[in-house]
Design a protein around this ligand. Structure first.
Ligand code: 3PG
Length: 306
């Protein structure tokens, strides 16, 4: 089978080599499309692909229409909001993700961002410490739990909100359960967001929630920019001079935010949460193995468009 590895943001060389080894070892052929400039490059590259490994690459209806032989797409990572699941299902294409494989990298970045903001973006200004502060984790899944675990090691108190977990499950994973977003935001010095971008979560974090944070609150977003209501964020930061926002997903209004609020905001230029050699290898090799298994045995574990 011809497997297209399409990564606008390339994997580390070791991950590409490992993916090749697994796929070619199982008799598949690998085509590589990295750092492509236009979506049309992806559309052109899929014409003979029978399987695809992607990252945040956009698998739209147009891509699927252009890929008549495609049987499976594996998103090497957690979030699959970049894949048109309905169109994939209509084309009979199986879509999978590789949950958990890049979580540690994202969790480490969330912690790094908290320290970066606490220490005034590494300027000489007087900062604060994380010790004794309360961190609210919004969604206590693979990444959220790791963030909680690492923050606890730094002496933070952890609260977590997760509608899919019981209080007992949250408590046994080391956090104090809370039962509403309002409670999470109003009781946390730091809030770390780990919710997916879904119709129900898009623009769900705005002025009302952000201004519930206590004095000096820091909002940390290593999830998706779409979950933030950017106008509401702007208004909250305007009204509350003590609040700060740090994100791995650059807001559309970042230039304006930075101009108005300076060091109270920070965004990475390109999403880098999962961009470690280890995460690339973990997610990339898992994706390759899932494709090999799918063609060998029909295994659909991790399918997200069932
Ligand atoms: C994910 O959903 O797995 C992360 O956001 C990582 O995305 P990336 O593979 O584009 O870095």
């Amino acid at each position: 089978m011809k497997v297209l590895l399409a990564t606008q943001k390339p994997f580390a060389a070791a991950a590409v080599a490992g993916i090749r080894e697994i796929l070619e070892g199982a008799g598949h052929e690998v085509a590589l499309l990295e750092k492509y400039a236009e979506q049309s490059d992806l559309v052109a590259a899929v014409s003979d692909a029978e399987a695809m490994i992607i990252r945040s690459d956009k698998v739209t209806a147009e891509v699927l229409d252009a890929a008549p032989k495609l049987k499976i797409v594996v998103r090497a990572g957690a979030g699959y909001d970049n894949v048109d699941l309905a169109a994939a299902t209509a084309h009979g294409v199986v879509v999978m993700n590789t949950p958990g494989q890049n979580s540690n990298a994202v969790a480490e970045l969330a912690l790094a961002m908290m320290i970066f903001m606490a220490r005034t973006q590494f300027t000489p200004a007087t900062g604060t410490e994380l010790l004794g502060k309360r961190l609210g984790v919004q969604a206590y899944g693979n990444v959220g739990r790791l963030v909680g675990q690492k923050a606890r090691a730094l002496g933070m108190e952890i609260s977590a909100l997760d509608p899919f977990l019981t209080d007992e499950q949250i408590a046994s994973a080391g956090a104090d359960p809370v039962h509403s977003v309002e409670e999470l935001y109003s009781s946390s010095n730091y809030v770390s967001i780990h919710i997916p971008a879904l119709p129900a979560t898009i623009k769900s974090i705005g002025y009302d929630l952000i201004t519930k944070m206590p004095k000096g609150g820091v909002l940390v977003n290593t999830a998706r920019k779409e979950v933030i209501d950017e106008e509401g964020l702007m208004k909250a930061l305007e009204e509350r001079q003590d609040l700060r926002y740090v994100t791995d997903v650059m807001p559309d209004n970042y230039d304006e935010l930075r101009e108005k609020f300076g060091l109270r905001v920070f965004a990475t230029p390109k999403k880098m949460g999962a961009q470690t050699a280890e995460a690339n290898v973990n997610a990339g090799l898992a994706a390759a193995r899932q494709i090999v298994d799918y063609f060998a045995t029909g295994c659909t574990r991790f399918q997200v468009n069932k």
